[in-house]
Design a protein around this ligand. Structure first.
Ligand SMILES: Nc1ncnc2c1ncn2[C@@H]1O[C@H](COP(=O)(O)OP(=O)(O)OP(=O)(O)O)[C@@H](O)[C@H]1O
Ligand SMILES: [Mg+2]
Length: 433
């Protein structure tokens, strides 16, 4: 048989690239070739079903499915995540572990070439317990022919590779089959990515819906009380115009406090809405965090003194500036110090400190209050969360969630440590400018 003709048969096409008359095919094709082509078509069909039915974008069964018609020593699905190549591998019976690891290293290098990146770190290698179906024939380790086929997202972006090592040299028909399989896996990856996008959108829509319901509940519940107090105070003053001046002052004080409370809630709700929509505008500039914390301490000292609380500061002046929005960081400090004021035991000390650690500027607001129960710690920064002392303190459960939103919008972190009965320590860290 002429070499050209043999290649055409291996690829399973007629000389014109079209389907042949059944009789002609019988004349020219060997029955084994025909059977192999038919088996591979079936295999592709099975593969499609497997990929369609599985929740994972490319389940490991795919590897065994490929090994049914191509004799493989090793088959691997490698994907890129966070700059590393993670692989799921299957091997034929008798293939030693070191050959598999060699193959994993080779697959990673192939994938970095396909993806056009200089180097990919070695990620996790998961080895499937079930062997590939065809026995490993021939071929000493390290001398096997191999194929590395890109897996594409949106037909463009290389996100992984299908890597195989044959138990014999891979022919063009094998490669055509493996290419078709890689295309099917790429399509499954596309489908999975689209599905994940849809789930994210639905979750976001549900979260917005929940937030809207919460907002209505808060406005109707928490805003009604202070506004009611304002209206009551004003109508009392109007009804008794000759009231004693000291009583008038008391009523005006009460109206002022209630109006302040309503105004704080409206401001907090607006901040929450901005954080939700990702519209919090930050006016970033280099800020001396130590100086800002001293300023916050001076601002809050009179309010702390009202509850007989002392304020101590410990500030490392060598901390380099952070890139931050001054007013927003002041808001975080005022929320944290405000909480310490509300919850700390009277006659105790509220301590503020600033220092540098691991390339960040860090700040701690510590109090000697009742502390936070361990089961409340994971929820403490959640919106509307109030612990057992919260409702008594007339808050809305928004301060810490806003503080977290602001710190995270700066690329920073906020966290808390506490032991019940021994006070709380709220920390936040901001990246240096
Ligand atoms: N320093 C603290 N000590 C003990 N518990 C605290 C402290 N800070 C916060 N908490 C608990 O965390 C809850 C949530 O705090 P957050 O600041 O978000 O809300 P709030 O202070 O209750 O109301 P808001 O800040 O909206 O006026 C509080 O209700 C309280 O139970
Ligand atoms: Mg608060």
């Amino acid at each position: 048989m002429k070499p050209k003709r043999r290649r055409q048969l291996e690829l399973g096409f007629s000389s014109q690239g079209s389907l042949q008359r059944p009789g002609a095919a019988r004349e020219r094709r060997s029955p084994e070739r025909f059977d192999l082509g038919y088996a591979r078509l079936r295999q592709l069909y099975e593969l499609g079903k497997l990929l369609g039915a599985s929740e994972a974008p490319a389940p490991p069964e795919v590897l065994r499915c490929l090994g049914r018609t191509v004799p493989l020593r090793v088959a691997m699905l490698v994907d890129i995540r966070a700059g590393a190549a993670h692989a799921v591998a299957a091997r034929a019976h008798g293939v030693p572990e070191d050959e598999l690891e060699l193959a994993a290293g080779h697959a990673r290098r192939c994938l970095s070439r396909l993806a056009g990146v200089t180097e990919l770190a070695a990620g996790r290698l998961r080895i499937e317990p079930e062997p590939l179906p065809l026995a490993a024939r021939l071929g000493a380790p390290g001398r096997c022919p191999f194929a590395a086929l890109p897996l594409l997202l949106d037909r463009r972006t290389v996100c992984g590779a299908l890597y195989v090592r044959g138990a014999r040299a891979l022919g063009e028909a094998d490669l055509a089959f493996l290419c078709a399989a890689a295309d099917q896996i790429s399509l499954a990856l596309d489908r999975h990515a689209a599905w994940q996008r849809e789930v994210r959108l639905r979750e976001r829509a549900e979260a917005l819906d929940r937030a809207q319901k919460d907002l209505v509940a808060v406005v109707s519940h928490d805003l009604r009380n202070p506004l009611g107090a304002v209206l009551l105070g004003i109508s009392t003053l109007r009804r008794w115009p000759d009231m004693e001046p000291s009583k008038v002052r008391d009523h005006l004080e009460a109206i002022h406090r209630a109006a302040e409370r309503a105004s704080k809630l409206v401001h907090d709700l607006l901040d929450v809405a901005k954080l939700d929509a990702g519209h919090l505008q930050l006016e970033l500039a280099p800020v001396d965090l130590g100086a800002l914390v001293s300023e916050a301490a001076e601002l809050m000292r009179p309010l702390l003194a009202e509850r007989s609380l002392a304020c101590e500061t410990s500030i490392d002046e060598a901390v380099p500036p952070v890139l931050a929005d001054r007013e927003r960081v002041l808001q975080v400090l005022s929320n944290l110090i405000g909480n310490a004021r509300k919850f700390a035991r009277p006659d105790s000390v509220v301590s503020l400190s600033v220092w540098q650690e691991e390339g960040e500027a860090r700040c701690c607001v510590a109090d000697e209050g009742p502390g936070i129960a361990p089961h409340d710690l994971p929820r403490i920064f959640d919106r509307y969360f109030q612990g057992p002392h919260g409702p008594a303190a007339h808050g809305f459960g928004l301060g810490l969630s806003i503080a977290r939103g602001i710190v995270e919008a700066h690329g920073g972190r906020i966290w808390v440590t506490s032991e019940p009965g021994r006070g709380s320590r709220f920390f936040f860290a901001l990246p240096l400018a």
